[in-house]
Design a protein around this ligand. Structure first.
Ligand SMILES: N[C@@H](CCC[C@H](N)C(=O)O)C(=O)O
Length: 318
């Protein structure tokens, strides 16, 4: 079957995006694409919805399905808004229907979208995380990892473990790698795995590096950056409001507001289309292949933006 794929990214968190109908083998398509291009983070599927403008499903590079993807949602938001000629939409995801909005284009010419990140839960059962009968784990060390790092567990609604770390843990990622690999294999704490982020305060906001469940280290994880901004506000590291979140793939803005009914989170950043492809999707991987590729020029604009943000991020890059 011939399908159209768009290669897209939010903060260099890179996906193929396909529009299709509900079917049960998008995990197979993800694995086929990852076999051809091991550096992609996963697949975004745009489906019809009964209750929203569209539905999004997200597959990690290893074929596992996630309940949410913040960077991916911005790319889906752009696809749906451009397809339907609208500036705002509602996208159904596994656990919630979320509002998305096109942002006015700045002078740099980059397409940007804002997406709601919801629901937010600190209940360990919602990640799930199991640790000595605790119901929540917020801003305190997990003694079996380190006495020096404050960790927090939060579901938005995909699972995140967030550590507030000094800069030395960003320069050498071996500590983060060791624990993230452990928690994403058979282990007693996180039965479904977890996205693990290390967060460091920088003058202009925070820097976040994430080891993603189903992927490994990534340029950026939108839900992780938003959850990290929330935890950084709760810790008093940065004020509530608009938080600049730097990452190895650029910078996004996370709006963190405390409301009576809980926290309201908004993620704003680029939604870049790199290329459009035709792909022959066959049962066997050997027969599946790209049959055409059209490169778009958008990445040049994004690279100029990265040059500006790299003054902050470079100190943490190896
Ligand atoms: N990159 C995403 C999150 C993708 C899913 C994650 N790996 C999980 O399994 O929960 C984002 O931008 O939020």
């Amino acid at each position: 079957m011939e399908i159209i794929l768009r290669k897209v990214h939010g903060s260099m968190n890179t996906f193929y995006l396909v529009e299709g109908n509900e079917r049960d083998d998008y995990d197979r398509l993800t694995l086929q694409l990852a076999a051809i291009e091991p550096e992609i983070d996963g697949l975004l599927v745009v489906l019809p919805s009964q209750k929203a403008d569209a539905k999004m499903r997200v597959f990690n590079r290893d074929g596992s399905e996630a309940s949410m993807c913040g960077n991916g949602l911005r790319c889906v938001a752009r696809f749906v808004c451009e397809r339907d000629g609208i500036d705002e939409a509602v996208i159904e995801t596994i656990k919630a229907s979320l509002k998305v909005k096109r942002q006015a284009t700045k002078r740099d010419g980059i397409a940007r979208y804002s997406v709601e990140i919801s629901p937010v839960s600190f209940q360990l059962k919602d990640l799930p995380m199991e640790y000595e009968g605790n119901e929540e784990w917020l801003l305190k060390p997990l003694p079996f990892i380190s006495k020096d790092i404050d960790f927090s567990a939060v579901a938005v609604p995909n699972p995140h473990l967030i550590g507030l770390v000094p800069a030395a843990y960003q320069a050498d990622q071996s500590h983060q790698k060791e624990w993230a690999e452990l928690f994403n294999g058979p282990n007693e704490y996180f039965s479904d795995g977890v996205n693990v982020s290390y967060v460091t305060k920088v003058e202009e906001g925070i820097f976040v590096r994430t080891y993603e469940r189903g992927v490994g280290f990534t340029n950026a994880c939108g839900t992780a950056m938003t959850a990290s901004a929330l935890i950084s506000c709760m810790a008093g590291l940065v004020p509530f409001g608009n938080v600049h979140v730097y990452n190895p793939g650029g910078m996004v803005e996370c709006q963190v507001e405390k409301k009576e009914q809980g926290y309201q989170l908004l993620l704003t950043g680029n939604a870049t289309v790199l290329s459009v492809h035709q792909f022959l999707w066959e049962d066997e991987i050997e027969k599946s292949r790209f049959t055409s590729t059209e490169e778009l020029g958008e990445q040049q604009l994004y690279e100029k933006f990265i040059e500006q943000t790299s003054t902050v991020s470079d100190q943490f890059m190896q």
